[in-house]
Write a protein that binds this ligand. Structure first.
Ligand code: AMP
Ligand code: MG
Length: 487
């Protein structure tokens, strides 16, 4: 080592820049880079050598530049001998096969280092394999650095031939590199009172930024529609809308409209105005109690989506005591918005997991779907199997999630809006469909309706559903089994 170092100093070795710095010069438009050592197979090597009419090496340090999900260029680090010793340089090539830029990393000889000057290297810009790049005719070399300049010109043509044969003529090679190299990034954040986990495949740092942006979106939604936050727009509605019409943002008005629409579509089985009943049973603050029959009569009068009017961005309650509870839709709604953000940021394979509602976008590289464990509602710490799906949301409502027991009876947090009392006889319902909000709404609504009436609603809405009543039987829509796997 020390001998080599001494020799290098003696010979005038100069390290001009690192690979990272060179990448910024030759792949300026790239937001993410995949690096790999590539080895040309016999056929590709022959094709490269045929183009260059000379022998070349088989293995290269290769970089793929990406922006969003698109290839913006290739770069190769290579060496060519100047006078006696190799010069190490990087060549960037655009997706059409023309040189973007060249950067010299290491020059090892006492003279010739001027080949790194921009006035020489800039001449390669736009050159393709069809350009001969001959000294004096096509390129002006740098006086005193002739051999080094020739070395670079040779190397540029070599890289052009490698990119042409390895990437442009054989695009499957690029695809393989992309799939192999896409790491799974997983981030978690505590949001809306639950842990939200987002897993996504993609090039870092793009994928990390996209996940953080999705979390921020959820945080933004929660700040507006949470009924736990006093300063949210939803809380303002709950406090004032019985007395006056409350102006809210367009997003919140749309959200309330969405809730009302789903109440109609589920014939009131989902009803966000269960708020007062949820509070009366103590599910809001955890102080569980059984309301009296008189209280229940009063609650029944307050609970109905028909008491809510939205006009433009103004919300008004027709009856005193009405209160909106987004508990059965909020997370599904947020999951959809998070997925939209991920898509906008160019992510194509991700899982947004909010516990009871999750969305699988695309599929992991080389696979056709995401796999999600399905809990056994009879023994919630065990799995009954797996659901495999892509571009769909899965939402599960279960009596085991939040409940309390009094006098041997179990009271679950899912209420029947018609009686203002907890639903009886169901363990869980699961819904698979294209929207997180709809899956969330329907898992709750089907829980209220039970398998007999619920199955008709599931069919009408065109979703797949699984009902597990208290007797432990499994009732499912026709195609549910296509997604279900025992292992
Ligand atoms: P989920 O876990 O999605 O089924 O939602 C249950 C939560 O939604 C409960 O904790 C309540 O806050 C609220 N909720 C309960 N019953 C209903 C219902 N029938 N319609 C709308 N929201 C409900
Ligand atoms: Mg729900």
């Amino acid at each position: 080592m020390s001998v080599w170092l001494a020799a290098a100093v003696f010979l005038g070795q100069e390290v001009y820049m690192t690979e990272e710095e060179a990448l910024r010069i030759v792949l300026p438009g790239a937001e993410g880079v995949i690096d790999a050592a590539i080895t040309l197979d016999d056929e590709t090597l022959r094709a490269v050598e045929h183009r260059l009419c000379r022998k070349v090496e088989r293995t290269y340090l290769f970089y793929l530049g990406l922006r969003r999900d698109e290839v913006v260029g290739y770069a190769v680090v290579t060496e060519e001998v100047g006078k006696f010793l190799p010069i190490r340089f990087m060549v960037g090539v655009d997706p059409q096969g023309a040189v973007g830029d060249v950067a010299v990393l290491i020059h090892r000889e006492a003279i010739g280092g001027d080949c790194r000057r921009r006035r020489y290297l800039d001449q390669f810009h736009g050159k393709t394999l069809n350009d001969p790049v001959r000294r004096n005719r096509d390129l002006l070399h740098v006086a005193g650095a002739t051999m080094s300049c020739d070395g670079i010109a040779r190397g540029v043509r070599k890289v052009l031939a490698v990119v042409q044969e390895f990437c442009i003529n054989r695009p499957a090679n690029v695809q393989t590199l992309r799939v192999q190299d896409r790491p799974l990034r997983v981030h978690e954040r505590y949001l809306m009172g639950s842990l939200c986990k987002i897993s996504a495949y993609g090039e870092t740092p793009i994928v990390d930024e996209a996940i953080q942006a999705a979390f921020e979106e959820i945080k933004w939604i929660d700040a507006r529609i949470s009924h736990y936050r006093e300063d949210s727009e939803l809380s303002a509605i709950n406090r004032r809308a019985a007395r006056e019409s409350v102006d809210v943002s367009a997003e919140v008005a749309d959200f309330v409209r969405l809730c009302l629409g789903y109440s109609e579509k589920t014939q009131g089985a989902f009803d966000a105005t269960v708020g007062p009943a949820v509070r009366a049973w103590g599910f809001f603050d955890g102080k569980h109690r059984v309301p009296t029959a008189k209280e229940l009569e009063e609650l029944k009068r307050m609970v109905s989506y028909k008491h809510v009017q939205v006009e433009g961005n103004a919300v008004r309650f027709a009856v005193e005591g009405v209160s909106l509870d987004p508990g059965a839709i909020g997370k599904g709604y947020a999951v959809d918005k998070a997925v939209e953000v991920l898509k906008k940021k160019g992510i194509t394979a991700a899982m947004v997991d909010f516990g009871s509602t999750l969305y699988a976008m695309g599929a992991p590289p080389g696979q056709d779907a995401w796999s999600v464990g399905l809990r056994d509602p009879r023994k919630p710490d065990q799995l009954v199997g797996f659901m495999r799906f892509k571009d769909l949301a899965l939402s599960i409502s279960g009596s085991y999630e939040k409940f309390f027991e009094r006098d041997g009876r179990r009271f679950t947090h899912i209420l029947d809006p018609r009686t203002a009392a907890p639903v009886e006889g169901m363990l869980s319902t699961s819904v698979l469909c294209g929207s997180g909000a709809e899956a969330d709404v329907l898992s709750t609504a089907l829980f209220v309706l039970g398998p007999k009436k619920g199955i008709d609603l599931a069919k009408e809405r065109g979703v797949e559903a699984l009902f597990v009543p208290e007797d432990g039987s499994f009732v499912a829509t026709k195609n549910w089994a296509q997604y279900f796997h025992e292992e």
